[in-house]
Design a protein. Structure first.
Length: 130
């Protein structure tokens, strides 16, 4: 045979071996992913059942108590602060404004931070300034 035919046969052989190697790697990756999915579905269901069953409920409040003011105004403070949030429509729960509240520099701020002075005034902690 001539050198050209041997050279073409060699190139074809290398390409076939490269195709086999790539196919093997792709097949191995597919097999690993399929095995991971097959294992993850029952384990995920078991984990979800364990989280939702409530046999070992985790405390909703961290040890050490809350950071709100202690005493009779503690519940009142949390009630008032609970109103100063954005509702589902994007309006302020405190004043009903549909626009973003802004601080003294013009940057957007949360309703709680914006209405902090009003909340403190309603609790009697400092006089209202408006």
């Amino acid at each position: 045979m001539s050198k050209a035919v041997l050279r073409v046969a060699q190139i074809i052989g290398v390409l076939v071996l490269a195709g086999i190697a790539v196919g093997f790697v792709v097949g191995l990756v597919q097999w690993v992913l399929a095995a991971a999915v097959i294992v993850a579905i029952p384990l995920g269901g078991w984990w979800l059942y364990r989280q939702m069953s409530g046999r070992n409920p985790k405390p909703a409040v961290r040890p050490g108590g809350s950071k709100t003011v202690a005493g009779p105004s503690g519940d009142r403070r949390s009630e008032l602060e609970g109103r100063a949030v954005l509702d589902a429509a994007g309006r302020c729960g405190w004043c009903g404004s549909a626009t973003l509240h802004k601080d003294e520099f013009g940057f957007p701020t949360t309703p709680l931070a914006h209405h902090r002075a009003e909340i403190d005034a309603m609790l009697g902690l400092r006089p209202r300034t408006e």
